[in-house]
Each structure stands twice: as structure tokens, then as C-alpha cells.
Design a protein around this ligand. Structure first.
Ligand SMILES: Cc1ncc(COP(=O)(O)O)c(C=O)c1O
Length: 451
């Protein structure tokens, strides 16, 4: 059969609410045209993020009932530790309440002012947790990745020559670790090849620098390797994921992505000394090392999710469904970051709406119109989020795992193509009120008045 179906049936449903355009005009105006400020019950299809928004399976809910809520030595922890060690072979598995808590603990221990952490592209919390220590977070994406239209198979790779140059100019002693983010979220959800990870391993070993993965979407990355990298077609996603982890000395992980959990994270390492220091810090803000800020039931849900995410039928459906959305809008003239990534489609709003200058936030204009037209929530990834550091003016449509069906995606395609047909009518925005930090969460906007 050619048709790829959702590899699950639905047992419990959550209604979503239809609203009229008139109602939505009221909601978005009251929210200062900022979609973070709209109540979730006023959204029809919510593509704000794929993080913590997955649907859990019957096995995960069953595991939740098994959760052991003992303060110390909970069975839930030992089940999770076994699952993670089976997959990653890392000696130390430290639970945290989410990915950024793992980042904060790791970077506050390894970074000092004047040091540098390279990455293919740092996620925003990763960057912030490095910079708060006085160290520098440096992105080393492939130069070709700057072109949103270039269709490279592993566009998320770290730029190897740039990494070698950086180590030479900074000196290995100034680089406490090299990180690679799989898949490369901020770079469009694009995968990283095994060959690229192997090169990073070889370089870091030569210079005595630890190598860490930001492994949030490790399973989606493994699937891309299986499908697109010579030599991997006959390996299972689990075998490929194991190989990816075997190249690294440790990882940070947000269980809110490829573990289908609504909360949770992990910090893993092979370094005994560092693990001891990490556990000391963990106790200060997260909790005892066998729960790390989570309930026992959360640990069990993560353990089951880590098994389920490597199912080939699931991964085939997941990546096909993201590509389906991408191809159906791109092949009808909507510019997206090519090729479609794993967890999201990014519309190049700067390219789609060239009549709206960067200073008037084309991504925000498109986000507002998609909500007004169809009740869909998305997120601007451009000058609103990153100010003058924005490389592109993008609109991200992140797809929660196992939540929406093909007809939701068809509805979305129809909405985007209808907006594309009258894109010249869209107008930009100006900011009328903004906080000191992270303005995308709470800034208020108003539409630029027409002539
Ligand atoms: C690549 C990447 N790293 C780290 C994080 C942070 O994880 P969390 O949201 O669980 O703190 C995210 C979250 O979106 C991410 O996408």
C-alpha cells in the first residue's frame, strides 16, 4: 500500500473549538496580536510547539499507574535508567524536570567566562544557559544552510572546517565541550548525518574535548539517517540511535519531544567526577537523583516513550506527515525551509511577503493571519524572537506527536494556500509594548495602518 496511515487508533478524544473570524478578531486584538497571549481554548489547531504536547499511549498511561513515588530509590527511576542505558550506554543517567534544567546544571559546571561552546545551532535555552556563565555560544551551521531553498539531505550538519578553525584559534583548553543538536531545531528541524557526528568525534578526541549531543529529537534524526545516508538502510532506528549515542561522551535531552512525555528531561554522562558534581547541583534545585524534579509516574512515562518512539511504523508516519504538509504548500508556491525537517515546517515569511520589511515583522503578520483565517496557532521565528540577530523571517508550524490526523493537516494546507492567494493584502506590525527579555512571549503589537 502506498498510503501511509497514522499507526494508532484513538481511544480518548479532546474536543477542539470552532470559532468565527469575528470572535478571533476580538481574541487576537485583546492579546495584542501576540499568539502566546491567546487562551488555548480559543485555538482550533495548535502548532505553537511539538514540546510537551504529544499524545501519550495506552502503555504510557498504564505505566503512570505503576509509578513509584518513593522519595529515594524509586523503582520508576531504575526502570528509566535501564531503558536509557540500554539505548545510550551512558554510565550516569540524571533526571531533570525538563531539558533546560539539564543544560543549566551541565553548563554551570563546565563553562567559565572567556570559554566557547560550539554547536551546529544552539537552541535558545542552550545559548542562554551558556551565556549566563560568561562563556560564548557559537553556531557553526553549514554555509549552504543559509539558503532556505537549498535541498541538502543533511542540512543540519555542523560545519566541520569551521569547527577545526575555531579549535585552532581559541585553543582546545578554552572549549569545555562541543555540542551537536539532533535534529537541528533552530536550523529548520534538519537532520545531522552519522558521518558528520563521526567527524566531530574524531576531532574532539584528537583535541581531548568532550562531545555532547543535544538529543531532543534523536529518533527523528536516526530515521533520516536510515532513509538517506548510505550504509544505514538495513539498520533499525534503534541500532542507528545507539551508534549516534556511542559517539558522544554525554547528552542533554528534553523528554518533551522524542519521549512523548508532557514533562521531563535527562542529563547523561560517562564522566564519573562530573556526574557527582551534577548530582550535587541537582539536589539544590531539582531534587534527589532518583527523581530529579519529576514524579515517579513521569519517569515511567518517559521510559515507555523512549521505547515507542523508535518504532519504524511510527517514524515513517511522523516524517511522512511533516513532509506531506511541507510538499503540499511548497509545491503550490509557498516558500518553506527546504527540505522538510522532522518536527516542523518553517515557512520563509520574508520570501513569501517581500512587501513587508523585516522591521514590520513578516513572520508575525503571517502568524496573525493564519490565526484569523483558520484558528491555527504557529510561532514567528525571526526578528520578533531574535531581534537584529535573526537570520531569516520564518513562521514555524511545529507538529505535536500523534495528536493531529491527516484531515487536520489538509485543513491547514487549504488555509495556507488561501492566504497565499491574497498575500499582497497582508500588512506588517509594529511593537507598541515590550518586556526587557524574551519579548516574543509578551510583546504587544498593532497592525501598520494602510494608505
Ligand atoms: C533543541 C532543543 N534543545 C533544548 C530544548 C529545551 O528543552 P525544554 O523545553 O524541555 O527545556 C529544546 C526545546 O524546545 C530544543 O528544541
Amino acid at each position: 500500500m502506498k498510503t501511509i496511515i497514522e499507526p494508532f487508533r484513538i481511544k480518548s478524544v479532546e474536543p477542539i473549538r470552532q470559532t468565527t473570524r469575528l470572535q478571533r478578531e476580538g481574541f487576537i486584538k485583546a492579546a495584542g496580536y501576540n499568539l502566546f497571549q491567546i487562551r488555548a481554548c480559543d485555538i482550533l489547531i495548535d502548532l505553537l510547539t511539538d514540546s510537551g504536547t504529544s499524545a501519550m499511549s495506552t502503555e504510557q498511561w498504564a505505566a503512570i499507574m505503576r509509578g513509584d513515588e518513593s522519595y529515594a530509590g524509586s523503582d520508576s527511576f531504575y526502570r528509566l535508567e535501564k531503558t536509557v542505558q540500554d539505548l545510550t550506554a551512558f554510565r550516569h543517567v540524571i533526571p531533570t524536570h525538563q531539558g533546560r534544567a539539564a543544560e543549566r546544571i551541565l553548563f554551570s559546571l563546565v563553562c567559565k567566562p572567556g570559554q566557547t561552546i560550539p554547536n551546529n545551532t544552539h537552541f535558545d535555552t542552550t545559548r542562554a544557559n551558556i551565556e549566563v556563565t560568561g562563556a560564548r555560544a557559537v553556531d557553526l551551521p553549514l554555509p549552504e544552510a543559509a539558503d532556505t531553498q537549498a535541498r541538502l539531505p543533511f542540512k543540519g550538519n555542523i560545519h566541520i572546517e569551521a569547527l577545526e578553525r575555531l579549535i585552532e584559534t581559541e585553543g582546545a583548553s578554552k572549549i569545555p565541550l562541543v555540542m551537536v543538536t539532533v535534529t537541528n531545531n533552530s536550523g529548520g528541524g534538519q537532520p545531522v548525518s552519522m558521518a558528520n557526528l563521526e567527524k566531530v568525534r574524531e576531532i574532539t578526541r584528537r583535541h581531548g574535548i568532550p562531545f555532547y549531543l543535544d538529543a531532543c529529537r534523536f529518533a527523528e534524526n536516526a530515521y533520516f539517517i536510515q532513509q538517506g545516508e548510505p550504509g544505514y538502510a538495513d539498520l533499525s532506528p534503534r541500532q542507528i540511535a545507539r551508534k549516534m549515542f556511542s559517539l558522544a561522551d554525554g547528552c542533554t535531552f528534553s523528554a518533551k519531544k522524542d519521549a512523548f512525555a508532557n514533562i521531563g528531561g535527562l542529563l547523561c554522562t560517562n564522566d564519573d567526577l562530573l556526574a557527582g558534581q551534577e548530582k550535587d547541583l541537582l539536589i539544590l534545585t531539582e531534587g534527589f537523583p532518583t527523581y530529579g524534579g519529576l514524579a515517579g509516574r513521569d519517569l515511567d512515562a518517559i521510559a515507555v516513550g523512549l521505547e515507542e518512539v523508535l518504532d519504524s511504523d511510527y517514524l515513517r508516519y511522523r516524517i511522512a506527515s511533516t513532509a506531506y504538509l511541507g510538499r503540499h504548500i511548497a509545491d503550490h508556491g509557498v516558500p518553506i525551509v527546504e527540505p522538510p525537517g522532522g518536527h516542523a515546517i518553517y515557512i520563509d515569511a520574508g520570501r513569501m511577503l517581500p512587501h513587508i520589511p523585516r522591521s514590520q515583522f513578516p513572520g508575525q503578520a503571517l502568524a496573525a493571519e493564519l490565526y484569523l483565517h483558520a484558528g491555527v496557532r504557529s510561532v514567528e521565528i525571526g526578528s520578533v524572537m531574535f531581534g537584529e540577530n535573526a537570520r531569516h523571517e520564518l513562521l514555524r508550524l511545529a507538529i505535536p506527536r500523534r495528536v493531529y490526523t491527516q484531515s487536520h493537516i489538509d485543513y491547514l494546507v487549504e488555509a495556507i494556500l488561501e492566504i497565499n492567494d491574497r498575500k499582497h493584502d497582508l500588512r506588517g506590525f509594529e511593537i507598541v509594548e515590550q518586556p526587557q527579555f524574551l519579548r516574543h512571549f509578551s510583546a504587544r503589537f498593532q497592525p501598520i495602518a494602510g494608505e
